[in-house]
Ligand binder design. Structure first.
Ligand code: FAD
Length: 367
């Protein structure tokens, strides 16, 4: 059914008054622009390695002779999402130590947000890093705000659950203060699509059940509202954080506040003795596997294919199955793959073709 603009506005305003009392009332949706998926619209295919730990990210302090190292690594598929939150947890550890000067190892999203959080509390900060943006895994990230691909359910401890929930809530709130062109952060509707199962809220034994209420306006679309050619569509709003814009903005803020960066690779944690700072934050992502002998850290490989940008596409999709689409300024991003234990950074043409095929089927099937 197509509504005229006047009929649409009339219906929408009539419904607006009762929306709070009757949240399940169907509100007409504006037609969504389909993504134009075609091999000749592909502009690049890239691969990144998510720094994954089955028992979840690490935020804790460790004594190393005269130095205190505060770890902040292992964010799996949610480093962009959680960064401000785990930086906040890491700084709580630092509050116990009397110094106003800190070293940060790593210049991905975790290093940069930790460094900025320190500066905002009056610390002087030097980042020591092997690579800087755009040469980090954080630049490969999709940038969807969602704490996912983070831990194995069987390995979750009550302590990790507490940190997960606190970090997610903090980050969700903090990112809202960065919304706008400067940081490349914006709210978008996201449609979770499936042919096999209707969307269901996370079970209470999962920490995600405490995050779900953060998302505004979540609801399952009726068949009449569902514009996708798949059986089930659930809609909610979340944020998209564009790494190319966002990480450059963080770097700029860091320099403006007097931060310094030294390009330096550490082969072993003993090398840290040579640093002038006694307070050190370890934000080396997957690098912590070698540097701090954390054998639990393992890559979860992800491959992304980008199409020419389409400004009229103003929504995200996840599913069906593994695929997802995020409309970024630097191209329409099509994912995704999750290959645990795979260190290969070369794009795989067969995977690219599959992702294109499945996304084409999805968007060609829209009405
Ligand atoms: C395909 C893909 C899609 C993703 N999508 C999303 C998404 O939609 N949302 C989301 O929230 N997350 C997403 N992620 C996850 C996100 O990219 C990571 O969780 C995040 O980038 C981790 O940040 P980091 O700063 O810990 O690591 P990195 O970005 O890898 O930074 C680590 C830094 O440490 C430095 N370093 C490492 N070892 C050493 C050493 N020995 N000496 C000196 N420096 C060192 C590196 O040079 C680098 O500067 C995605 C990841 C991939 C691969």
């Amino acid at each position: 059914m197509r509504l005229s603009r006047r009929a649409f506005l009339g219906t929408a305003s009539a419904l607006a008054g009762c929306a709070t009392r009757h949240a399940s009332v169907a509100i007409p949706q504006a037609r969504l622009a389909p993504v134009r998926v075609a091999a000749d619209r592909v502009i690049r295919t890239i691969v990144g390695l998510r720094p994954y730990r089955p028992s979840g990210f690490v935020v804790r302090a460790e004594k190393l002779d005269a130095k205190t190292v505060i770890h902040n690594y292992g964010h799996g598929g949610a480093g962009i999402t959680l960064s401000w939150g785990t930086a906040h947890l890491a700084l709580e550890e630092a509050a116990k130590i009397e110094t106003r000067s800190a070293a940060v190892l790593g210049c991905g999203v975790i290093g940069l947000t930790t460094a900025r959080s320190l500066q905002l509390r009056g610390y002087s900060v030097t980042i020591y890093t092997k690579a800087m943006p755009p040469e980090t895994t954080s630049n490969v990230a999709g940038g969807y705000w969602a704490p996912v691909t983070l831990y194995d359910r069987a390995r979750m401890t009550p302590d990790f659950r507490r940190q997960f929930v606190e970090a997610s809530r903090f980050a969700f709130r903090y990112y809202q203060s960065l919304a706008g062109e400067t940081y490349g952060v914006r709210w978008l509707p996201v449609y979770a699509l499936s042919d096999t199962a209707e969307w269901a809220p996370p079970a209470p034994d999962r920490p995600e059940s405490e995050i779900e209420p953060l998302y505004p306006e979540g609801r399952t679309l009726t068949p009449a509202e569902n514009p996708f050619g798949v059986k089930y569509a659930h809609r909610r709003d979340s944020m998209l954080i564009e790494p190319a814009i966002y990480l450059a903005a963080l770097m700029r803020d860091f320099f403006v506040a007097g931060g310094k960066i030294q390009v330096r690779e550490f082969a072993d944690s003993r090398d840290l003795a040579s640093l002038p700072e006694d307070l050190i934050f370890n934000c080396t992502g997957l690098g912590a596997r070698t540097l701090f002998h954390d054998e639990e850290l393992t890559p979860v490989r992800g491959q992304l294919t980008f199409l020419l940008p389409q400004a009229e596409v103003q929504y995200m999709t996840t599913g069906p199955d593994d695929i997802y689409m995020f409309p970024r300024r630097d191209g329409i991003l099509l994912g995704g793959t999750h290959e645990r234990g795979d260190w290969n950074l070369e794009p795989d043409p067969a995977t690219r073709d599959r992702v294109l095929r499945e996304n084409a089927a999805l968007f060609d099937g829209m009405r």
